[in-house]
Design a protein around this ligand. Structure first.
Ligand code: F6R
Length: 607
């Protein structure tokens, strides 16, 4: 949530880079945007409400002087989206500029204190207390780094802060606690950002900044210290394998469509995970007394499917809990004998991180499944699996969902071999089918894309839809409904088809769209019964079926087809694809930007 970028370089103007980097970060928030540079001991600022290109058209973000600058794209928490609430924020004398991601819990008290001392505030944000506090410490004789250290002693909450000052225009200072910041480095320039894609075109060399550390970036390099005792941190540079091209649209009209099309490759890459990494995860799970899967949103749907995979392939049924409610559900019943599988593509979701910290306090082991090297969860986990989706820019998760499912399937197979729940012949057969998924998903895309576009033109005026499935397909139904809600703003609900007749069926009347996820597995015959019930009440039946399922085809008004029978454990992977495409085309048909859904951000770093 909120995207931060800062750069200091030896030569050239930084403004065009900041503008482009902000565009690469826009998936983190797009309520307003702002950029400040320093030249001739003066701060130059352009900021306003709106998406980056709208603001650029009005203000020309490329025309700003200076070799040093910071930028921010906002997801509003404190104060409505407006020019005054847009970051950067400043001290009273316009010498210090600050961008911030996170929430300062005690800002009301700090603001009151600063106002009483005569500080003038321009915004309603929590962030603005920071430059004013820095101003006071600098007036007391501290340098920028020391002043920010003092500020961190007074603020409560979570933060990633980046600041610069006209008095020390040879550096950018940044610190974090609970919100992400990564540093990019190359000869003659240093970068800091909320996420790697922002500086990918300039460098693949990254240095992690951990919670409780402060860094000063100059054109000469990076200096990192611990906030607690000033100890110097000597951190190695990590080479990122992601490429700048992966973070571009490459001819697709939207990142979401590109990422849907990248799913076969993402699965293929994730299937190449080193076997010992998967084995280690399976051994931890096997040795544990209770196994919990925790996650939010789409990652939660991967977890729900993962439970079925573990139960079916290994005879172990983990509990699934929303990370946001995990501590309030387990009531301290965790122990060191338990294991938590935390799934988060960003590795930064505060709900998930908070639940993981809680589980750690109880001594439980943590296995993380994430797509981002060096993200917060990787530093909390006892064991991490890095999925291989490459950067995902579309706010609605698609290919990261696919690789989470792939990783869970790999762990389930390994676990199945360890527990002996399935004989080795069965495991080999299931492994072989998993290997075929990239090709299958690719075929599902080509078979269903045009159909999805057509269905969107039929249903775009429907205010509400129901998604139904049974068993593992409930996860598919939930993910299908979530995608539709997120980007096309339709009311959509997902239910177990079994549960649907216990209440939701009351919604159904003539032409009400009900989407059935109906793979040819053990649930199929009961799904036929549920289709009949809905049909009898006039519902418009849309089904996702195996291509030869003529019976359901005949019962349906519209079908998406999957070319082959898939092992039930993996059915979510091909069956979700038509629904991703349908949501995408619904958003387009209704005139919305699928890459930038309202009120959402790629990484949710507030509780
Ligand atoms: C849905 C979506 C969100 C995320 C959720 C968790 O398309 O992207 O529901 O799945 O915010 O995010 P991560 O996986 O980063 O923890």
């Amino acid at each position: 949530m909120c995207g931060i970028i800062a750069v200091i370089q030896e030569r050239g103007v930084v403004a065009p880079f900041l503008h482009q980097a902000l565009k690469r970060l826009e998936y983190r928030g797009y309520d307003s945007v702002g950029v400040t540079t320093i030249a001739n001991n003066t701060l130059y600022t352009k900021k306003d409400k709106g998406k980056i290109e709208e603001v650029h058209k009005r203000l020309n973000l490329d025309e700003m002087p200076g070799l040093i600058g910071i930028g921010h794209t906002r997801w509003a928490t404190h104060g409505a989206p407006s020019m005054l609430n847009a970051h950067p924020h400043f001290d009273c004398e316009d010498k210090i500029a600050v961008v911030h991601n996170g929430v300062i819990d005690n800002f009301i008290e700090l603001r009151k204190e600063l106002s009483e001392k005569g500080h003038k505030f321009n915004s309603e944000t929590d962030t603005e207390v920071i430059p004013h506090m820095i101003e006071d410490f600098v007036k007391d004789g501290l340098g920028l780094i020391e002043a920010i250290k003092e500020v961190t002693k007074r603020i409560e909450g979570t933060y990633a802060i980046v600041a610069m000052s006209t008095e020390e225009s040879d550096k950018i200072v940044c610190t974090r606690d609970g919100n992400p910041l990564v540093i990019g480095t190359k000869s003659g320039a240093s970068y800091v950002s909320s996420d790697i894609p922002a500086f990918l075109p300039m460098t693949n060399d990254m240095i992690l900044l951990l919670d409780g550390e402060i860094a000063s970036l100059t054109t000469e390099g990076i200096h990192i210290e611990k906030l607690s005792n000033g100890a110097i941190v000597d951190r190695e540079t990590i080479k990122i394998s992601w490429t700048a091209d992966q973070a571009k649209k490459s001819g697709y009209p939207h990142f979401m469509l590109k990422e849907i099309h990248e799913q076969p490759d993402a699965i293929k890459e994730t299937l190449r995970l080193r076997p010992e990494i998967v084995k280690e995860a399976a051994s931890i799970i096997k040795e544990s007394e209770n196994v919990y899967m925790i996650a939010m949103g789409t990652s939660g749907h991967a977890a729900q499917a993962g439970r079925h995979m573990f139960a079916s392939l290994a005879g172990i049924l983990p509990s699934f809990e929303l990370a946001s409610d995990f501590p309030d559900t387990v009531y301290g019943s965790l122990s060191e004998k338990d294991c938590i599988i935390a799934i988060t593509q960003s590795g930064e979701t505060t709900d998930t991180i908070t639940a993981v910290k809680y589980a750690k306090q109880h001594g439980s082991k943590i296995i993380a499944i994430t797509n981002v090297v060096g993200s917060s969860i990787t530093r909390l986990a006892n064991h991490t699996i890095i999925t291989q989706a490459g950067p995902e820019i579309g706010v609605a998760a698609t290919k990261t969902f696919m690789v989470q499912l792939t990783s869970l399937a790999l762990i389930a197979l390994e676990l199945g071999e360890m527990t002996g729940f399935r004989n080795s012949k069965e495991i080999v057969k299931k492994r072989n089918s998993l290997e075929k998924l990239p090709e299958l998903v690719s075929e599902v895309i080509s078979r269903n894309e045009e159909k999805a576009r057509r269905l969107a033109s039929i249903l775009h005026e429907k205010p509400s839809l129901l998604f139904l499935g049974r068993g593992i397909s409930i996860a598919t139904a939930e993910e299908g409904a979530l995608k539709l809600k997120e980007i096309s703003y339709n009311h959509a609900e997902a239910y177990s088809a079994g549960e649907s007749k216990h209440g939701p069926i009351a919604l159904v009347q003539n032409d009400y769209p009900v989407i059935f996820i109906a793979p040819s597995d053990d649930t199929r015959n009961r799904i036929v019964g549920n289709i009949m019930e809905m049909k009898a009440r006039g519902a418009k039946i849309i089904s996702v079926i195996q291509k030869d399922d003529d019976e359901i085809r005949d019962l349906s008004d519209y079908v998406f087809t999957i070319p082959e029978i898939v092992e039930s454990e993996y059915s979510v992977m091909p069956y979700i694809v038509p629904l991703q495409l349908f949501s995408y085309y619904m958003a387009l048909r209704k005139g919305y930007d699928p890459d930038k859904p309202r009120n959402l951000a790629k990484s949710v770093t507030v509780l």
